[in-house]
Design a protein around this ligand. Structure first.
Ligand code: TRP
Length: 453
């Protein structure tokens, strides 16, 4: 049996788990998804989902992980002998590859943009030119794939380093640095002339825009941003020693992740309005708007590359957590060496990222329901696999092994008994039912016919 490794301290765990949670989902995706869904009301729905469904499922994953000290497949086998529940763990491995297939593509863009901003290529306030450059880059058949490959190699390198020397060490310093830079950029964005309209857009609820689709997207976004529903947090929980608390750490992780998502909105949306751009423009928002902010700020030539470096780092501390789920399974259950399985999984992820990247350019006319490969992978993972995985985890913890879960939740701190009861109620009833309703509504052949629609 190989030594699985442990976080060296509570702080180390919180930074690693926050590193997993905080990533492209917060900084690149959240502002444009919020922009597309009308701003303020989306924000409120998102916060409500994070505080209820998000928190309860995060705790379920952490508790299961810490209790069993195993990868998701092994954890579910250990807690229950039935043969179906470990399927959650296998599904998680598949989901990890689905997400990696496009995550490394976008992360590769951030690497490319470090160089582009450092060499002054982006130093223009002409929005159309910046938009054109972005489109030309992501539709190129080769360049983005090279960067995605580079990023995948970095991911593999960190995961091969192991729990302490790789995952934890990469997060301890980089996460605090990211935090400080985000705050500086928020201040700059809010002090641009005309920023008020963006602030208003981001914070004022506009309920007339809200449909069930908004709720589905907010829920998917919450799962994605918190790294829930595929065993990532279970895996990270399994490296917490049995005598160290999970509840407080879980709170910290949720708070940090949500804070960064909200700050990313504050950093980007006011600037979008200040420059008279369209907040619903989608994936290009960060890559087009922010260079324009940098071009207008003193020291932009420093802050620009710095921002893309930190975005790449945020992406890296997340992509390693996706790969770690796969690695933990092969190491724990099949006895492979960490090095071999991580490299093998990295190669698979790289191969899968090729159609993702090409689907934005030369393969853009190969679509299914109007979506290209990258969009399909994102849709499948975010709106289906993660919520379904999360529901299964909640049902497992709440109905199959509830007594053990409650005991483990309070381990070492009897004062948590009251909170444990509330938590149990959420994973038994509130979260699974809420997820089910949202998912059923999302089915095109069912949703429109439900009595409340
Ligand atoms: N949470 C990360 C982000 O916001 C992405 C991520 C890492 C993830 N691990 C995950 C998403 C597991 C879902 C499941 O960018």
């Amino acid at each position: 049996m190989q030594d699985r490794g442990n976080w060296s301290s509570k702080f180390g765990f919180i930074m690693a788990a926050a590193g997993s949670a905080i990533g492209l989902g917060n900084i690149w995706k959240f502002p444009y998804v919020a922009g597309k869904n009308g701003g303020g009301s989306f924000l409120l729905i998102y916060l409500a989902i994070v505080a209820t469904i998000g928190f309860s499922i995060l705790m379920a994953e952490l508790v299961i992980g810490r209790a069993t000290q195993r990868n998701p497949v092994g954890a579910l086998k250990r807690l229950q002998s039935g043969k179906w529940w470990p399927l959650i763990g296998y599904a998680g491995i598949v989901t990890a590859f689905v997400i990696l297939s496009y995550y490394v593509v976008v992360a590769g863009w951030t690497l490319a943009y470090i160089g582009k901003s450092a060499t002054g290529l982006l130093a223009t306030t002409d929005g159309d030119a910046l938009g054109g450059m972005f489109t030309a880059f992501i539709t190129d058949p080769l360049e983005p794939i090279v960067y995605a490959g580079l990023f995948t190699a970095l991911t593999v390198w960190v995961v091969v380093g192991g729990v302490n020397q790789g995952l934890e060490r990469s997060c301890r310093y980089l996460m605090p640095a990211l935090f400080i830079l985000v705050i500086i950029l928020c201040i700059r964005s809010l002090t641009l002339e005309g920023a008020g309209a963006g602030w208003d857009f981001f914070t004022r609820p506009k309920w007339e825009y809200v449909t069930f689709q908004t709720v589905i997207e907010a829920m998917g976004q919450a799962f994605f941003s918190l790294s829930l529903g595929m065993g990532t947090m279970m895996t990270y929980g399994s490296y917490i020693s049995r005598d160290s608390d999970v509840v407080e750490s879980g709170f910290s992780v949720i708070t940090l992740d949500t804070l960064i998502a909200v700050l990313a909105g504050v950093m980007i949306l006011p600037a979008v309005f200040a420059f008279g751009m369209d907040p619903g423009q989608g994936p290009g928002l960060t890559f087009i708007t922010l260079p324009r902010v940098f071009a207008q700020m003193t020291g932009g030539i420093v802050f620009g590359p710095l921002f893309f470096i930190l975005l790449a780092i945020a992406a890296l501390t997340s992509s390693v957590s996706l790969l770690e789920v796969v690695t933990a399974y092969f190491v724990d259950e099949l006895g492979w060496t960490r090095r071999n399985c991580t490299i093998a999984a990295g190669v698979v992820a790289f191969v899968l990222c090729i159609p993702s990247s090409l689907s934005l350019g030369i393969w853009s006319d190969h679509t299914l329901f109007g979506l290209g490969f990258l969009d399909i992978m994102d849709f499948l993972a975010t709106n289906l696999m993660l919520p379904i995985g999360g529901m299964a985890i909640a049902l497992f913890a709440g109905w199959v092994v509830p007594k053990q879960m409650v005991e483990e939740f309070c381990a070492g701190n009897p004062k948590l008994g009251g909170l444990a009861k509330v938590w149990l109620f959420f994973i038994r009833f509130v979260s699974p039912i809420a997820i089910l309703i949202v998912l059923l509504n999302g089915l095109p052949f069912l949703g429109p016919y439900l009595p409340w629609n």
